[in-house]
Write a protein that binds this ligand. Structure first.
Ligand code: TTP
Ligand code: MN
Ligand code: MN
Ligand code: MN
Length: 388
């Protein structure tokens, strides 16, 4: 299609894994709006629609400049009619009525608040909302029976919804390193997830653990968890043992996207570096002497000397390390498109364990991410440019 005069034409490839997507981009007003629509679709359990809005937003993140007029969108992939309408509204009026209304809606706000409780998915949040709950405090007061995970989610709600900083991620890294070295000298830990993509904050901290000698890593996770628990460093943990070897469906036919490593979803108790000592009531003579509700509330909300931080630990045999590293670095949309590219364009099946070539009927080995991209016929995209 010939661009009309003045339009900035940019070529953007259709799969996120074919594009470089930096952390900072030029279209946050548009991508924030599309993200709200994606979240709302997710709350309505419409995954296809949610992914479509995420894809549209992701294309805009890869553009080298801000979109100023609709012609700038010519030739771009993944922009459906609905996304284009919303973009048009924002370009013309500075905001989208549909998105503004959604942000104001009770349902969206409640679903957002309830799903931000660790351990609460869309289905549970939906049911609670229909039963009249809107905030995490309503859940506490409802007297509903919560599972172990949700109890932790409610108990540490504020901390878990405060972004984790890189400094905190590094501090957690030191603790994990110490734990791992104590139980298996020579084992290696690698920071993955958003922080490997150079994000400045995250909702959790993700680590891969391996050992250069294949097999040495077996059974490592329970030992690491015990070491941490013995020192009071874990507020919560749920460990899954490796089910990869026992499972009947190999990586060629992954039944779902969850991988099957030894893994641990946890909440660490991270000491705050410069925590102020708790204030004594007598020390604050300016304050009202009586112990009223607001005083009690102030004390309760005063941060203790530690912060609850979500941490994901994954143990991988070294032969699968490159696949695990690629699979856990994200972003989620980048991962989704890597698998889609492998299947649709290359007749291969990619998981966090292996790459299977259906034409050659064999697994393709790799000891680095670069080799996996090469197997897939893709240009290597460094982690910092996988922020799709
Ligand atoms: P997340 O930790 O959920 O996301 P993130 O690190 O990109 O961003 P945030 O700052 O919000 O934490 O997931 C990281 C990667 O881990 C994700 O791209 C895919 C992978 N992953 C799995 O392979 N299996 C899983 O079950 C989950 C939850 C994630
Ligand atoms: Mn993460
Ligand atoms: Mn996340
Ligand atoms: Mn994670």
């Amino acid at each position: 299609m010939e661009p009309s005069s003045g339009a900035t034409v940019t070529t953007v490839k259709g799969y996120a894994c074919q594009r470089r997507t930096p952390l900072q981009h030029h279209n946050t007003l548009l991508t924030d709006a599309l993200l709200v629509l994606a979240e709302n679709a997710e709350f309505c359990e419409n995954e296809g629609r949610s992914v479509a809005f995420r894809r549209a937003g992701s294309v805009l993140k890869a553009l080298p400049q801000a979109v100023r007029k609709m012609e700038d969108l010519q030739g771009l992939p993944c922009l459906g009619g609905h996304s284009q309408r919303v973009i048009k509204e924002i370009l013309e009026d500075g905001k989208s009525r549909e998105v503004e209304m959604m942000l104001q809606s009770k349902q969206y706000q409640a679903m957002k608040a309830l799903t931000s409780i660790f351990g609460v998915g869309v289905k549970t949040a939906e049911r609670w909302f229909r039963e009249g709950l809107q905030r995490h405090t309503d859940v506490v007061n409802s007297g509903y029976k919560l599972n172990h995970t949700q109890q932790a989610g409610v108990q540490y709600y504020d901390d878990l919804n405060t972004p984790v900083t890189k400094a905190e991620a590094d501090a957690i890294g030191q603790i994990v390193e110490e734990a791992v070295q104590a139980v298996l000298p020579g084992a290696e830990i690698t920071l993955t997830g958003g922080f490997r993509r150079d994000k400045l904050t995250g909702h959790d901290v993700d680590f891969l653990i391996t050992h250069p000698e294949e097999g040495k890593e077996e059974g490592l996770m329970p030992k690491v968890v015990s070491w941490l628990e013995a020192r009071g460093l874990l507020l919560y943990q749920k460990t899954n043992t490796n089910s990869y070897l026992e499972s009947t469906d190999g990586p060629a036919r992954p039944s779902h996207n969850m991988d099957r490593f030894e893994r641990c979803f946890s909440i660490f108790r991270l000491e705050r570096p410069h925590a102020r000592p708790e204030q004594h009531p007598q020390a604050t003579c300016e304050e009202q002497p009586q112990d009223d509700d607001s005083a009690r509330e102030r004390r309760a909300s005063q941060s203790p000397g530690w912060k609850a931080v979500r941490v994901d630990l994954v143990v991988t045999p070294v032969s699968q390390f490159a696949f695990a590293l690629l699979g856990w670095t994200g972003s989620q949309l980048f991962e989704r498109d890597l698998r889609r590219w492998a299947g649709q364009e290359k007749h291969m099946s990619l998981s966090s364990h292996a790459l299977y070539d259906s034409k050659q009927n064999r697994y393709l080995r790799a000891s680095s991410e670069e080799e996996i991209f090469a197997h897939l016929g893709l240009e290597f995209i460094p982690p910092a440019e996988r922020n799709a």
